[in-house]
Ligand binder design. Structure first.
Ligand SMILES: Nc1ncnc2c1ncn2[C@@H]1O[C@H](COP(=O)(O)OP(=O)(O)O)[C@@H](O)[C@H]1O
Ligand SMILES: O=C(OP(=O)(O)O)[C@H](O)COP(=O)(O)O
Length: 412
């Protein structure tokens, strides 16, 4: 169950403001896992396909820009496979050209007709896409200056990349009419809701997963808006270590803890001291005992045991806190939910959120996979974000440059 989504006022124009039948340049975020050189489907394709379908239904001709991976990494591949996955979600053809703004791309754009979709090659294969620079510098690149005149308007749907000041995200809105797509609009509205703090009851944040260093600043920066934090996963163990328990150390080849502890010990200890009354730490933990899930209280912790989930007493406590909340924001899983034996904490808390009539946002690319994996319904949450870094930034009230340029374009 969900309550009505709070609606922070966005200052950008959306595709509702577009006239029909235009030639559009649309930026998506199709960045996805790559296995053996083959791109894998993720939730971003399905979400963006809805925006594209809506644009086609309104008789637009749609050329798509997107990136994949980073230069030098195995995931840095062509978007040819992405076109096929997007076409499956769209239920219609997506043409692909292995060029972004050269002659072949321009020819394909020229041939594009109303109701057709064309995906251009990986923007990060163009030298001028990276590095991050001021939007005005990006607007003055050959890339932007070549493509912009070919289109009537630019649409940015790539919320999950909106923290990057790259040419395809920030350059075009400087020189073209610019609009937010449906994914951009929905993500912005839900993820920024915490800043508005228009909730009548307690606001709870569930923080877990492996990226403790991303989450420590969240606790400090949402100080005024969050009433209590439920901690699990690696981040939870690091706080237990700061609280004097013999846990949160790398064991048996894990590389989660020690470097994050070395880099952030002081901050973790300060945050624990300062926010201790609002931080809920696990009272019991689960581990693998000869192939079976076993649990014990944190007082019985053994330094050399890898802990893989919060225990059932902790999960019950967190579920109760969630049940009496007016809003819940989740980032990161409470345990290794990919292994069914250690999914209990994550699933119990997600189920409690789903059963509660609160405003809820589930963020994090990995964590949100638990929803279909354990037969939870996406509709039972106010919003399931497809963003990672951009979601964390939104929670902490940091601006997203890709959103800021859309707002500026609406003003001009
Ligand atoms: N105790 C733990 N030990 C090892 N991995 C954990 C533990 N708890 C949670 N995780 C892992 O955290 C991952 C999700 O967190 P993370 O990747 O940081 O978040 P995001 O959802 O933002 O991508 C899951 O894949 C889960 O297996
Ligand atoms: O997948 C993305 O971000 P995420 O891993 O924070 O969700 C975006 O496409 C940004 O990619 P980048 O972090 O390589 O700039």
């Amino acid at each position: 169950m969900t309550t009505t989504t709070p609606t922070p006022t966005s200052a950008f124009r959306t595709i509702d403001d577009l006239e029909s039948g235009q030639q559009l340049l649309v930026r998506l975020d199709l960045n996805a896992p790559v296995e053996d050189g083959e791109v894998q489907d993720n939730r971003r394709f399905a979400r963006h396909a809805e925006t594209v379908a809506e644009l086609l239904a309104d008789d637009h001709a749609v050329a798509l820009l997107a990136h994949q991976g980073r230069p030098g990494r195995d995931t840095f591949v062509s978007l040819e496979g992405h076109a096929d996955i997007l076409a499956d979600h769209l239920g219609g053809a997506v043409a692909f050209v292995d060029d972004t703004f050269g002659e072949d791309a321009l020819e394909a754009i020229d041939d594009l007709e109303s109701g057709e979709v064309l995906l251009l090659e990986n923007t990060r294969m163009c030298d001028e896409e990276l590095p991050e620079e001021d939007p005005d510098v990006k607007a003055d690149t050959e890339f932007v200056r070549t493509l912009a005149p070919e289109f009537d308007a630019y649409v940015n749907d790539a919320y999950s990349a909106a923290h990057r000041s790259h040419a395809s995200l920030v350059g075009f809105p400087r020189v073209m009419d610019a609009y937010a797509g449906r994914v951009m609009e929905a993500e912005y509205t839900a993820n920024s809701a915490i800043q508005e703090r228009e909730f009548d009851g307690p606001v709870t944040m569930v923080l877990g997963g492996t990226k403790a260093e991303d989450l420590i600043p969240v606790i400090e920066e949402v100080d005024d808006t969050v009433d209590r934090f439920c901690l699990g996963g690696i981040v939870g163990e690091l706080f237990l270590r700061a609280d004097g328990y013999d846990v949160g150390y790398d064991v048996e080849g894990t590389e989660f803890f020690d470097h994050q502890w070395d880099d952030h010990q002081e901050t973790i200890e300060r945050v624990l001291e300062e926010y201790g009354d609002r931080l809920h730490l696990a009272s019991d933990l689960a581990y693998d005992a000869d192939g079976e899930r076993a649990e014990h209280a944190v007082q019985e912790i053994e330094k050399e045991t890898p802990y893989l989930d919060v225990g059932s007493e902790t999960a019950d406590e967190y579920a109760d806190l969630v049940a009496e909340s007016e809003a819940v924001f989740v980032k990161g899983a409470l345990g290794v939910f990919e292994d069914e034996r250690f999914a209990d904490g994550t699933v119990e808390v997600l189920s409690a959120i789903a059963d509660t009539d609160c405003f809820s946002v589930i963020g994090g690319g990995d964590t949100s996979r638990a929803i279909p994996m354990y037969d939870l319904e996406e509709e039972d949450f106010s919003h399931v974000s497809v963003a990672g870094g951009a979601y964390v930034r939104a929670l902490t009230g940091q601006g997203l440059v890709g959103v800021e340029v859309l707002e500026a374009a609406a003003d001009s």
